[in-house]
Design a protein around this ligand. Structure first.
Ligand SMILES: *Cc1c(COP(=O)(O)O)cnc(C)c1O
Length: 387
Protein backbone atom coordinates (compact mmCIF):
# COMPACT_ATOMS: atom_id res chain seq x y z
CA UNK A 1 0.00 0.00 0.00
CA UNK A 2 2.82 2.41 0.78
CA UNK A 3 5.12 3.07 -2.13
CA UNK A 4 8.85 2.44 -1.84
CA UNK A 5 8.60 1.00 1.63
CA UNK A 6 11.97 0.36 3.18
CA UNK A 7 12.32 0.30 6.91
CA UNK A 8 15.43 0.65 9.08
CA UNK A 9 16.30 -2.50 10.98
CA UNK A 10 16.77 -1.08 14.44
CA UNK A 11 13.61 0.97 14.84
CA UNK A 12 10.09 0.87 13.47
CA UNK A 13 10.09 4.59 12.80
CA UNK A 14 11.63 6.52 9.95
CA UNK A 15 11.55 9.49 7.57
CA UNK A 16 11.36 8.89 3.83
CA UNK A 17 13.01 11.44 1.56
CA UNK A 18 11.96 11.48 -2.09
CA UNK A 19 15.07 12.75 -3.92
CA UNK A 20 13.23 12.73 -7.21
CA UNK A 21 10.81 15.27 -5.73
CA UNK A 22 13.81 17.39 -4.63
CA UNK A 23 15.04 17.42 -8.23
CA UNK A 24 11.57 18.28 -9.58
CA UNK A 25 11.05 21.09 -7.07
CA UNK A 26 14.49 22.55 -7.77
CA UNK A 27 13.74 22.55 -11.49
CA UNK A 28 10.26 24.03 -10.91
CA UNK A 29 11.68 26.94 -8.90
CA UNK A 30 14.46 27.43 -11.40
CA UNK A 31 11.77 27.83 -14.09
CA UNK A 32 10.49 30.89 -12.17
CA UNK A 33 13.86 32.54 -12.79
CA UNK A 34 15.56 34.02 -15.87
CA UNK A 35 18.16 31.86 -17.52
CA UNK A 36 21.07 33.99 -16.30
CA UNK A 37 19.92 34.33 -12.69
CA UNK A 38 21.88 32.07 -10.35
CA UNK A 39 20.26 29.74 -7.85
CA UNK A 40 21.49 29.48 -4.27
CA UNK A 41 19.81 26.53 -2.56
CA UNK A 42 19.29 26.94 1.18
CA UNK A 43 20.12 23.68 2.98
CA UNK A 44 20.43 25.02 6.53
CA UNK A 45 19.24 22.91 9.49
CA UNK A 46 20.22 19.73 7.62
CA UNK A 47 18.13 20.83 4.63
CA UNK A 48 15.10 21.68 6.79
CA UNK A 49 15.34 18.21 8.31
CA UNK A 50 15.66 16.41 4.96
CA UNK A 51 19.41 15.62 5.01
CA UNK A 52 21.76 18.30 3.63
CA UNK A 53 24.35 16.31 1.69
CA UNK A 54 21.94 14.03 -0.16
CA UNK A 55 19.55 16.89 -0.92
CA UNK A 56 22.35 19.23 -2.05
CA UNK A 57 23.58 16.59 -4.49
CA UNK A 58 20.05 16.16 -5.89
CA UNK A 59 19.68 19.95 -6.20
CA UNK A 60 23.01 20.16 -8.00
CA UNK A 61 21.69 17.84 -10.67
CA UNK A 62 18.73 20.17 -11.24
CA UNK A 63 20.73 23.37 -11.53
CA UNK A 64 21.77 24.60 -8.08
CA UNK A 65 24.72 26.99 -8.48
CA UNK A 66 25.50 27.65 -4.82
CA UNK A 67 24.40 26.53 -1.35
CA UNK A 68 23.62 28.32 1.90
CA UNK A 69 23.68 27.09 5.49
CA UNK A 70 23.17 28.68 8.89
CA UNK A 71 26.27 27.55 10.78
CA UNK A 72 29.94 26.81 10.23
CA UNK A 73 29.41 23.17 11.24
CA UNK A 74 26.73 22.82 8.56
CA UNK A 75 29.12 24.24 5.98
CA UNK A 76 31.87 21.84 7.04
CA UNK A 77 29.45 18.89 6.79
CA UNK A 78 28.57 19.85 3.21
CA UNK A 79 32.24 20.15 2.20
CA UNK A 80 33.05 16.82 3.82
CA UNK A 81 30.07 15.34 1.99
CA UNK A 82 31.69 16.32 -1.30
CA UNK A 83 29.97 19.60 -2.20
CA UNK A 84 32.45 21.82 -4.08
CA UNK A 85 30.12 24.72 -5.03
CA UNK A 86 30.30 28.02 -3.11
CA UNK A 87 28.75 27.72 0.38
CA UNK A 88 27.42 30.81 2.13
CA UNK A 89 26.75 31.02 5.87
CA UNK A 90 23.63 33.13 6.37
CA UNK A 91 24.78 34.64 9.64
CA UNK A 92 28.02 36.08 10.98
CA UNK A 93 29.60 33.36 13.11
CA UNK A 94 31.84 33.92 16.15
CA UNK A 95 35.32 35.13 15.29
CA UNK A 96 36.76 31.92 16.77
CA UNK A 97 35.50 30.04 13.69
CA UNK A 98 37.60 32.13 11.24
CA UNK A 99 40.26 29.43 10.79
CA UNK A 100 37.63 26.77 10.00
CA UNK A 101 35.91 29.14 7.56
CA UNK A 102 39.20 29.67 5.75
CA UNK A 103 40.17 25.98 5.83
CA UNK A 104 36.81 24.87 4.39
CA UNK A 105 36.44 27.79 1.97
CA UNK A 106 33.09 28.96 3.37
CA UNK A 107 31.64 32.44 2.74
CA UNK A 108 30.10 33.91 5.87
CA UNK A 109 27.73 36.84 6.17
CA UNK A 110 29.63 39.91 7.35
CA UNK A 111 28.29 42.97 9.11
CA UNK A 112 30.85 43.73 11.84
CA UNK A 113 34.14 45.36 10.99
CA UNK A 114 35.95 43.41 13.71
CA UNK A 115 34.78 40.06 12.32
CA UNK A 116 35.64 41.03 8.75
CA UNK A 117 39.17 42.07 9.64
CA UNK A 118 39.81 39.02 11.83
CA UNK A 119 38.67 36.81 8.96
CA UNK A 120 40.99 38.73 6.63
CA UNK A 121 43.95 38.25 8.99
CA UNK A 122 43.28 34.56 9.23
CA UNK A 123 43.03 34.14 5.45
CA UNK A 124 46.11 36.25 4.78
CA UNK A 125 48.14 34.17 7.25
CA UNK A 126 47.15 31.08 5.25
CA UNK A 127 48.05 32.80 1.98
CA UNK A 128 44.37 32.79 0.95
CA UNK A 129 41.58 35.27 0.29
CA UNK A 130 38.34 34.64 2.23
CA UNK A 131 35.11 35.51 0.45
CA UNK A 132 32.11 36.91 2.30
CA UNK A 133 28.56 38.17 1.72
CA UNK A 134 27.81 41.64 3.05
CA UNK A 135 24.58 41.38 5.07
CA UNK A 136 22.39 44.50 4.97
CA UNK A 137 19.45 45.11 7.30
CA UNK A 138 16.76 46.85 5.29
CA UNK A 139 13.94 46.52 7.79
CA UNK A 140 13.72 43.05 9.30
CA UNK A 141 15.94 44.03 12.25
CA UNK A 142 17.63 40.66 12.55
CA UNK A 143 21.17 40.69 11.15
CA UNK A 144 23.19 42.93 8.88
CA UNK A 145 24.57 46.42 8.78
CA UNK A 146 21.88 49.12 8.66
CA UNK A 147 21.24 49.99 5.00
CA UNK A 148 22.37 53.58 5.61
CA UNK A 149 25.76 52.41 6.90
CA UNK A 150 26.54 49.69 4.34
CA UNK A 151 28.91 51.77 2.22
CA UNK A 152 30.74 53.04 5.28
CA UNK A 153 31.32 49.48 6.52
CA UNK A 154 32.63 48.45 3.11
CA UNK A 155 35.00 51.43 3.10
CA UNK A 156 36.31 50.45 6.53
CA UNK A 157 37.20 46.88 5.55
CA UNK A 158 38.00 47.04 1.85
CA UNK A 159 41.68 47.83 2.37
CA UNK A 160 42.21 44.32 3.67
CA UNK A 161 43.62 42.01 1.04
CA UNK A 162 42.65 38.86 2.94
CA UNK A 163 38.92 39.33 2.20
CA UNK A 164 36.84 39.73 -0.91
CA UNK A 165 33.15 40.52 -1.27
CA UNK A 166 31.41 37.62 -3.07
CA UNK A 167 27.91 38.94 -2.53
CA UNK A 168 25.66 41.60 -1.05
CA UNK A 169 22.33 40.55 0.39
CA UNK A 170 19.31 41.36 2.50
CA UNK A 171 16.37 39.31 3.76
CA UNK A 172 12.68 40.19 3.57
CA UNK A 173 10.32 40.05 6.54
CA UNK A 174 7.12 39.98 4.45
CA UNK A 175 7.94 38.49 1.03
CA UNK A 176 5.02 36.07 1.50
CA UNK A 177 2.47 38.91 1.68
CA UNK A 178 1.32 40.12 -1.76
CA UNK A 179 1.39 43.89 -2.43
CA UNK A 180 3.00 44.62 0.92
CA UNK A 181 4.24 48.13 1.60
CA UNK A 182 7.03 47.03 3.94
CA UNK A 183 8.33 44.62 1.32
CA UNK A 184 8.57 47.43 -1.25
CA UNK A 185 10.31 49.61 1.29
CA UNK A 186 12.91 46.91 2.02
CA UNK A 187 13.49 46.38 -1.71
CA UNK A 188 14.01 50.12 -2.22
CA UNK A 189 16.41 50.48 0.69
CA UNK A 190 18.38 47.48 -0.58
CA UNK A 191 18.67 48.94 -4.08
CA UNK A 192 19.83 52.25 -2.66
CA UNK A 193 22.51 50.60 -0.54
CA UNK A 194 23.71 48.46 -3.47
CA UNK A 195 23.82 51.49 -5.78
CA UNK A 196 25.82 53.51 -3.27
CA UNK A 197 28.44 50.74 -3.02
CA UNK A 198 28.52 50.48 -6.81
CA UNK A 199 28.79 54.23 -7.26
CA UNK A 200 31.77 54.30 -4.89
CA UNK A 201 33.53 51.94 -7.28
CA UNK A 202 33.43 48.95 -4.95
CA UNK A 203 32.48 45.47 -6.14
CA UNK A 204 29.19 44.25 -4.64
CA UNK A 205 29.71 40.68 -5.86
CA UNK A 206 26.43 38.86 -6.51
CA UNK A 207 23.42 40.85 -5.35
CA UNK A 208 20.70 38.64 -3.83
CA UNK A 209 17.61 38.96 -1.64
CA UNK A 210 14.86 36.61 -2.89
CA UNK A 211 13.77 33.74 -0.61
CA UNK A 212 11.19 31.23 -1.93
CA UNK A 213 8.14 33.55 -1.73
CA UNK A 214 10.02 36.42 -3.36
CA UNK A 215 11.37 34.07 -6.04
CA UNK A 216 7.82 32.96 -6.91
CA UNK A 217 5.87 36.18 -6.30
CA UNK A 218 8.32 39.03 -7.02
CA UNK A 219 10.48 38.54 -10.14
CA UNK A 220 11.66 42.15 -9.93
CA UNK A 221 13.80 41.33 -6.88
CA UNK A 222 15.56 38.30 -8.36
CA UNK A 223 18.69 40.39 -9.11
CA UNK A 224 21.83 38.25 -9.66
CA UNK A 225 20.77 35.23 -7.60
CA UNK A 226 17.71 33.76 -5.84
CA UNK A 227 18.06 32.12 -2.45
CA UNK A 228 15.34 29.50 -2.21
CA UNK A 229 14.71 27.15 0.71
CA UNK A 230 11.26 25.80 1.61
CA UNK A 231 10.03 25.37 -1.97
CA UNK A 232 12.85 22.91 -2.68
CA UNK A 233 11.30 20.62 -0.10
CA UNK A 234 7.93 20.78 -1.83
CA UNK A 235 6.24 23.10 0.65
CA UNK A 236 4.60 26.44 -0.06
CA UNK A 237 5.63 29.50 1.94
CA UNK A 238 2.22 31.12 1.46
CA UNK A 239 -1.22 30.40 0.07
CA UNK A 240 -0.53 32.86 -2.74
CA UNK A 241 2.21 30.68 -4.23
CA UNK A 242 -0.07 27.64 -4.61
CA UNK A 243 -1.05 27.28 -8.22
CA UNK A 244 1.90 29.44 -9.34
CA UNK A 245 4.44 26.64 -9.12
CA UNK A 246 3.96 22.91 -8.89
CA UNK A 247 5.73 21.55 -5.80
CA UNK A 248 5.86 17.99 -4.52
CA UNK A 249 6.35 17.27 -0.80
CA UNK A 250 9.66 15.49 -0.21
CA UNK A 251 9.26 14.15 3.33
CA UNK A 252 7.06 11.34 4.62
CA UNK A 253 7.13 10.04 8.19
CA UNK A 254 6.21 6.43 8.85
CA UNK A 255 6.33 3.82 11.57
CA UNK A 256 5.10 0.33 12.25
CA UNK A 257 2.64 -0.79 14.89
CA UNK A 258 4.53 -2.31 17.84
CA UNK A 259 1.46 -3.40 19.82
CA UNK A 260 -2.27 -3.87 19.27
CA UNK A 261 -4.57 -4.14 22.25
CA UNK A 262 -8.37 -4.35 22.50
CA UNK A 263 -9.01 -2.94 26.01
CA UNK A 264 -12.25 -2.99 27.95
CA UNK A 265 -14.51 0.06 27.85
CA UNK A 266 -13.21 2.65 30.30
CA UNK A 267 -9.56 1.67 30.09
CA UNK A 268 -7.27 4.73 30.06
CA UNK A 269 -4.49 5.41 27.53
CA UNK A 270 -1.11 7.17 28.02
CA UNK A 271 0.10 9.63 30.68
CA UNK A 272 -2.70 11.17 32.68
CA UNK A 273 -5.17 8.66 31.19
CA UNK A 274 -6.74 11.67 29.47
CA UNK A 275 -8.44 9.32 26.99
CA UNK A 276 -10.55 6.34 27.99
CA UNK A 277 -11.83 3.69 25.64
CA UNK A 278 -15.44 4.77 25.00
CA UNK A 279 -16.99 1.61 23.52
CA UNK A 280 -16.31 -2.02 22.62
CA UNK A 281 -14.37 -3.07 19.54
CA UNK A 282 -11.70 -0.37 19.76
CA UNK A 283 -8.13 -1.34 18.98
CA UNK A 284 -5.45 0.75 20.66
CA UNK A 285 -2.25 0.62 18.61
CA UNK A 286 1.22 1.85 19.58
CA UNK A 287 3.72 3.50 17.21
CA UNK A 288 7.34 4.12 18.33
CA UNK A 289 7.49 7.83 17.41
CA UNK A 290 7.21 10.61 19.98
CA UNK A 291 7.91 14.23 20.65
CA UNK A 292 11.67 13.63 20.77
CA UNK A 293 11.28 12.63 17.12
CA UNK A 294 9.57 15.92 16.29
CA UNK A 295 5.98 14.83 16.76
CA UNK A 296 4.91 17.76 18.92
CA UNK A 297 3.13 16.91 22.15
CA UNK A 298 0.74 19.73 21.27
CA UNK A 299 -0.76 17.38 18.69
CA UNK A 300 -1.98 14.97 21.40
CA UNK A 301 -5.58 13.92 20.60
CA UNK A 302 -5.50 16.41 17.73
CA UNK A 303 -4.07 14.47 14.80
CA UNK A 304 -4.82 11.54 12.54
CA UNK A 305 -2.61 8.82 11.13
CA UNK A 306 -3.11 6.65 8.05
CA UNK A 307 -3.16 2.86 8.14
CA UNK A 308 -4.06 0.68 5.17
CA UNK A 309 -5.20 3.83 3.37
CA UNK A 310 -7.62 4.81 6.16
CA UNK A 311 -7.58 7.70 8.61
CA UNK A 312 -7.42 6.85 12.32
CA UNK A 313 -7.56 9.15 15.34
CA UNK A 314 -4.52 9.56 17.59
CA UNK A 315 -5.58 9.26 21.23
CA UNK A 316 -4.03 10.04 24.61
CA UNK A 317 -0.91 12.11 25.21
CA UNK A 318 1.99 11.80 22.81
CA UNK A 319 5.00 10.46 24.78
CA UNK A 320 8.69 11.16 24.22
CA UNK A 321 9.25 8.09 22.03
CA UNK A 322 5.80 6.61 21.31
CA UNK A 323 2.16 7.44 20.72
CA UNK A 324 -1.11 5.55 20.48
CA UNK A 325 -4.03 5.66 18.06
CA UNK A 326 -7.40 4.01 17.94
CA UNK A 327 -9.00 1.84 15.34
CA UNK A 328 -12.71 1.41 15.51
CA UNK A 329 -13.68 -1.98 14.15
CA UNK A 330 -17.10 -2.56 12.58
CA UNK A 331 -17.90 1.13 12.86
CA UNK A 332 -19.94 2.46 9.96
CA UNK A 333 -19.16 6.09 10.87
CA UNK A 334 -16.26 8.41 10.04
CA UNK A 335 -13.15 6.58 11.30
CA UNK A 336 -13.80 3.27 9.67
CA UNK A 337 -10.90 1.06 8.70
CA UNK A 338 -12.17 -1.68 6.44
CA UNK A 339 -10.24 -4.24 8.44
CA UNK A 340 -8.59 -4.57 11.82
CA UNK A 341 -4.94 -3.64 11.94
CA UNK A 342 -2.11 -5.88 13.12
CA UNK A 343 1.31 -5.85 14.70
CA UNK A 344 3.85 -4.60 12.14
CA UNK A 345 1.38 -2.71 9.92
CA UNK A 346 2.80 0.50 8.45
CA UNK A 347 1.45 3.78 9.83
CA UNK A 348 1.82 7.06 7.95
CA UNK A 349 2.19 10.11 10.18
CA UNK A 350 3.10 12.53 7.39
CA UNK A 351 2.60 11.76 3.72
CA UNK A 352 0.32 9.69 1.53
CA UNK A 353 -1.18 6.23 1.89
CA UNK A 354 -3.55 5.26 -0.88
CA UNK A 355 -6.06 8.07 -1.45
CA UNK A 356 -5.41 9.79 1.86
CA UNK A 357 -2.70 12.34 2.73
CA UNK A 358 -1.52 14.16 5.81
CA UNK A 359 0.45 17.28 4.88
CA UNK A 360 2.96 19.40 6.78
CA UNK A 361 0.47 22.25 6.37
CA UNK A 362 -2.31 20.24 8.13
CA UNK A 363 0.05 19.44 10.93
CA UNK A 364 1.38 23.01 11.18
CA UNK A 365 -2.12 24.38 11.46
CA UNK A 366 -3.00 21.97 14.25
CA UNK A 367 0.24 22.79 16.07
CA UNK A 368 -0.09 26.56 15.62
CA UNK A 369 3.12 26.84 13.62
CA UNK A 370 4.39 26.80 10.02
CA UNK A 371 5.31 23.89 7.74
CA UNK A 372 9.01 24.86 8.07
CA UNK A 373 9.02 23.88 11.76
CA UNK A 374 7.12 20.63 11.19
CA UNK A 375 9.72 19.21 8.80
CA UNK A 376 12.74 20.57 10.72
CA UNK A 377 11.46 18.79 13.83
CA UNK A 378 11.11 15.41 12.10
CA UNK A 379 14.75 15.70 11.04
CA UNK A 380 15.95 15.61 14.64
CA UNK A 381 16.22 11.91 15.48
CA UNK A 382 14.44 9.70 12.97
CA UNK A 383 16.59 7.79 10.53
CA UNK A 384 16.27 8.99 6.94
CA UNK A 385 15.60 6.56 4.12
CA UNK A 386 16.23 7.97 0.65
CA UNK A 387 13.82 6.69 -1.98
C1 LIG B 1 16.14 30.57 5.50
C2 LIG B 1 16.56 31.69 4.64
C3 LIG B 1 16.25 31.69 3.27
C4 LIG B 1 15.32 30.69 2.62
O1 LIG B 1 13.99 31.04 2.93
P1 LIG B 1 12.74 30.19 2.37
O2 LIG B 1 11.56 30.96 2.83
O3 LIG B 1 12.85 28.86 2.99
O4 LIG B 1 12.91 30.15 0.90
C5 LIG B 1 16.78 32.69 2.48
N1 LIG B 1 17.58 33.64 3.03
C6 LIG B 1 17.89 33.68 4.33
C7 LIG B 1 18.76 34.76 4.85
C8 LIG B 1 17.38 32.72 5.18
O5 LIG B 1 17.66 32.79 6.48
Amino acid sequence: MVRGLRCPEDRWAWVEIDLDAVRQNTAAIKRCMDRDTLMMCVVKADAYGHGAVRCAKAMKRSGADQFAVATVAEGVALREGGISEPIAILSEPPVETAQTIVDYDLSPAVFNQSFALALGECAAAAGKVATYHLAIDTGMTRIGVNWRDALELRRSIDFHRGIECAGTFTHFATADVPRDWDFSMQARRFSEAVESIDAAGLDTGLVHCANTPATILHPRVHMDMCRAGIGLYGLHPANETRGMVDLKPVMSVRGRITRVERPEVGTGVSYGLSYRVPKPNIQICTVPIGYADGLSRNLSSNMDVLVNGERCRQVGRICMDQFMFEVSINNVRAYKPTRAVAYGDVVTILGTDGEESITADDMAQRRGTINYEVVCDFGLRLQKIYV
